[in-house]
Write a new protein. Structure first.
Length: 222
């Protein structure tokens, strides 16, 4: 069972170490229940951290401090031409928002706000296992194809165990990394013979599409 996005511990966002950011970076976070992630980056000292809540209506009790002013909807972004090519990193940690905007259109829409050589970072559940859950799901090959079709260049793809919300392991999809993760996670759970089989180079290339979740990093193709 996957963890709910609203139960993120602040210190479990391992994927943040994959982002090429500095104190000067401008970040846009897109997704449901990600306000705590916005606050996390603000606590790191980043001053330009925006949060897009998709098509959800904003709460009527929001104040007028800078953090609340940086909470936007899709409609807000559409009329915010000053934010075009503004962000160094756009993060969708728990997948793409569902709703009136289709996935391809969402990728194309978000691209307007990423500066040249900026980064898009997307987490998603594996569609093989997640079709009956409420989380966003897809497949690595499908995400890579959609990114290419909307003008992105793939910069990296990572597996995540046990999910993209509170991952114990985030790792590149290379035979060596996959073998390392399997050995360390399942040493005391499966027989040694099966463990050696699962960590062989041939086996690791076969199971690359069967992890519970993934993160994909891409840059804008200009």
């Amino acid at each position: 069972m996957q963890n709910s996005p609203d139960k993120f511990p602040d210190n479990s966002l391992d994927w943040r170490f994959l982002l090429p950011i500095s104190s000067e970076s401008k970040i846009l976070i897109v997704g449901h229940d990600c306000g705590h992630i916005q606050q996390y980056f603000i606590n790191l000292g980043l001053s330009e951290v925006f949060y897009c809540i998709g098509n959800q209506p904003r709460s009527s009790n929001l104040g007028e401090n800078k953090t609340q002013q940086n909470i936007l909807t899709y409609d807000d972004l559409r009329v915010s031409s000053q934010l075009y090519s503004f962000f160094d990193v756009v993060v969708c940690p728990s997948g793409l928002p569902t709703g009136s905007i289709e996935v391809l259109e969402t990728f194309d829409f978000i691209k307007k706000f990423i500066r040249p050589d900026g980064v898009l970072f997307v987490g998603f559940s594996n569609g093989i296992f997640s079709k009956k859950t409420n989380s966003y799901y897809s497949h690595p090959w499908r995400i890579k194809k959609m990114l290419k079709n909307t003008g992105y260049l793939l910069a990296g793809i990572y597996g995540a165990i046990p999910d993209q919300y509170v991952p114990e392991y985030v790792f590149p999809l290379t035979p060596r990394a996959i073998g390392f993760v399997i050995r360390h996670r399942y040493t005391y759970k499966v027989p040694n013979m099966l463990l050696r089989l699962l960590t062989s180079p041939i086996a690791t290339t076969m199971i690359v599409n069967f992890f519970p979740a993934y993160f994909v990093m891409a840059t804008v193709n200009i």
